[in-house]
Design a protein around this ligand. Sequence first.
Ligand SMILES: Nc1ncnc2c1ncn2[C@@H]1O[C@H](COP(=O)(O)OP(=O)(O)OP(=O)(O)O)[C@@H](O)[C@H]1O
Ligand SMILES: [Mg+2]
Length: 237
Amino acid sequence: MPAIVTVVDLFKNYYMGTQTVHVLKGLNLSFDEGDFVALMGPSGSGKSTLLNVLGCLDRLTSGQYFIGDVDVSDMDDDQLSEVRSTYLGFIFQSYNLLPQYTVVENIELPLLYQGIKLDEKTKARCVALAELVCLGDRLDHRPLQLSGGQQQRVAVARSLVNDPHLILGDEPTGNLDSKTSIEIMHMLRELNRAGKTIIMVTHENDIAAWARRVVRLRDGRVESDVRNDTRTVMEIG
Ligand SMILES: Nc1ncnc2c1ncn2[C@@H]1O[C@H](COP(=O)(O)OP(=O)(O)OP(=O)(O)O)[C@@H](O)[C@H]1O
Ligand SMILES: [Mg+2]
């Protein structure tokens, strides 16, 4: 299976005045097309930092980052924003919906940011995505008129509007109760089965169990990298 993203010798520092914070310390990781990866590790181990680099929301300090065969490490801001809008979808812990917009308008937002003209066709696509996440009867609701799980479902639909290859989630179930978390995980598993590659940060073992592979970070390094499906096969075999 071809690697969809690869990081080579990835270092990430933050600079605060005279202090350098060394966060990612030489990561080498490759994620395959169609994989479903849980990124785990203690608070402060660098999970969100890695996800932000993978999502082209932040730049690496040294090393290389490839999407397919393309080295994105040296891209300028416009090129990175093009990669984000054509290739990547994002789901955040706090949903990040705009409160004044309806469900459909929130799903449309990434298209607006890409400068795509909204018309009946884009609207129909957003309505179909709302239906996909079972919010067909909530199209004109605003985020505050929705439950947390429903808001996260809007965020899932929004992450799909540009038909991304790779979906990145930073604790997508972090604010949800366990029943609602399972709903969201069902949705992510279906998307993965339909071919989407997913990399998701989580603190919960039972959420990570939905993934095919679990990568654990500790203090900016990879502590372990285990395939759930291999483990299952081993347990059965
Ligand atoms: N913008 C920043 N400036 C300075 N230091 C930062 C910045 N962002 C993160 N850090 C530091 O980098 C380290 C890793 O942060 P990161 O947010 O990646 O951790 P995390 O693994 O996602 O933790 P959590 O599980 O709590 O979300 C932390 O020590 C944090 O203080
Ligand atoms: Mg984090």
